[in-house]
Design a protein around this ligand. Structure first.
Ligand SMILES: C=C(O[C@H]1C=CC=C(C(=O)O)[C@@H]1O)C(=O)O
Ligand SMILES: [Mg+2]
Length: 462
């Protein structure tokens, strides 16, 4: 179980060249709720937990505690830094001896060039962790891995302590199940920089008409306050109950919780195949099936939305062309319907070039024109100039990768940052030549809904 391997050149932290010890233990468990496991870590691992569930609901990952973290505040090299440090760490593990691999989970900010400020000051531009206790639920099977990474030799005592901690967590989670929570009480809801946002849409639309760019995504935020401190387990339970068709994610850093329910896959890598999704172009859901179908049909035929969508298809196709031996992309979008909204959707897939990695794909794809714009450089400059806020982790890549390089990243939209008695929600939309400020504003209201509902807030027409 406890294999000690010495690294020479590939010490993960690069701080010195001493030995790194990596202990793994895997057990199979039964009857465990992922939410209850997350909650069980509330005292011992507060501020060091994460949660992930894919759209298909056949893969759930929960992390409690940090066996190892990788952070970077660099710009372009932040992808390579995470990749190198993870590979160096994995190289000293004996993960192949266990039925479950160690998994690295984390996220990247949207734009390292925009100085992090305000509510985002706690997060690095790359923030990843290998959990001390990692729950994986895959196709009904459940495993808990425990990990210790240490510069010191790992003793029998260390292992006993780790196993006892794990057994205590499992006991708590199994005995308590997941709690039910009272609805949260919002005391104030504010739309910061609303006027600036509306003006920026008009200005950006004008610039696009002048030919400065083709498409630019502009976002804004909502700020909520609560009568009492809101816990991570509480909001996660709300999101879990209310957003069944999305990726669910939550990432803690100290007293901050970034969480959301996104429909959008950035990239999935499995057995050397890559899968991405173009999701851009939106319309609300209808009150009846007939109205819903009518709205869906009008979205499929709407020139402005088709244009928003097409830039994303072109860019993602180009990325697959560069990184894959072959790739397929349907000729026309279909509808993707989730609880509050319908989108235009085109799936893209391909066989990866030899040696291409998931983080290379993430680096190459992010930001797609669904969150940045087209052309990318010009759009990013305009977002920096016109957007009256800092996106932080909103709209960035969030996800996981295992020891062998398989993994999945979603685009962290329909998301919010919770800071005890405060929360910030984020939403944006693709601006093209015929965008109108008020209808873009309305589109953000629809996109705020999932997080607003999870946080107990309400919009007039909800
Ligand atoms: C920017 C967001 O959505 C993007 C993803 C899908 C549809 C979009 C749209 O129709 O504008 C946006 O590009 C958001 O949810 O904050
Ligand atoms: Mg739109």
């Amino acid at each position: 179980m406890n294999r000690k391997l010495s690294t020479t050149n590939d010490d993960p932290s690069k701080k010195d060249q001493s030995t790194v010890h990596f202990f793994i233990d895997t057990i199979e468990v039964e009857r465990l709720s992922a939410l209850a496991f997350f909650e069980a870590g509330e005292d011992a691992f507060d501020g060091k937990r994460f949660f992930w569930q894919n759209r298909e609901k056949n893969f759930t990952l929960v992390g409690l505690g940090h066996a190892y973290t990788i952070e970077s505040n660099e710009d372009e090299s932040r992808y390579e830094t995470v990749e190198q440090q993870w590979k160096a760490l994995i190289a000293v593990s004996n993960y192949k001896d266990y039925p479950q691999q160690p998994i690295l989970f984390g996220s990247y900010t949207f734009d390292p060039k925009k100085a992090v400020s305000n509510e985002w000051s706690h997060f690095s531009h790359a923030y990843f962790a290998l959990a001390t206790h990692q729950l994986v639920i895959r196709n009904e099977k459940m495993y808990v891995n425990s990990h210790i990474v240490s510069r010191e030799a790992i003793t029998v005592e260390d292992i006993k302590r780790c196993n006892a901690e794990r057994d205590e967590l499992l006991h708590k989670a199994q005995v308590r199940g997941s709690k039910s929570y009272a609805k949260l009480h919002v005391t104030s809801m504010m739309e910061p920089y609303k006027e600036e946002y509306l003006q920026s849409i008009t200005q950006v639309t004008d610039k696009i008409k002048e030919g400065v760019a083709e498409k630019v995504v502009i976002a804004r935020s909502l700020a909520l306050e609560f009568s009492a401190e809101v816990t991570a387990s509480n909001v996660l339970a709300q999101v879990y109950a209310e957003q069944p068709e999305s990726y669910l994610f939550a990432l803690e850093k100290e007293q901050n919780l970034f969480f959301g329910a996104s429909p959008e896959r950035l990239v999935l890598v499995k057995d050397n195949k890559a899968y991405s999704s173009c999701i851009a172009g939106s319309i609300k859901r209808g009150a009846t099936k007939e109205m819903d179908d009518q709205l869906g049909q009008s979205l499929l035929n709407d020139a402005k939305n088709l244009q928003e969508h097409q830039y994303v298809v072109e860019m993602i196709s180009q990325s697959f062309k560069e990184n894959c031996i072959n790739y397929t992309v349907p000729t026309a979008p279909q509808l993707l319907r989730i609880r509050d909204i319908q989108h235009l959707y085109t799936p893209v897939e391909g066989d990866l070039n030899e040696g291409a990695t998931i983080l290379q794909m993430v680096a190459n794809l992010h930001p797609t024109p669904a969150l940045g714009g087209s052309p990318r450089g010009k759009a990013m400059d305009m977002i920096r100039d016109y957007e009256p806020m800092n996106r932080g982790l909103y709209a960035g890549p969030i996800g996981w990768m295992n020891a062998e390089g398989d993994g999945e990243f979603a685009v962290a939209i329909r998301s919010a940052l919770l800071q005890q008695k405060k929360a910030f929600l984020y939403a944006g939309g693709g601006i093209v030549a015929d965008s109108e400020a008020m209808s873009e504003y309305d589109e953000t209201l629809v996109k705020f809904r999932p997080m607003l509902r999870a946080l107990g807030g309400q919009l007039n027409d909800d």
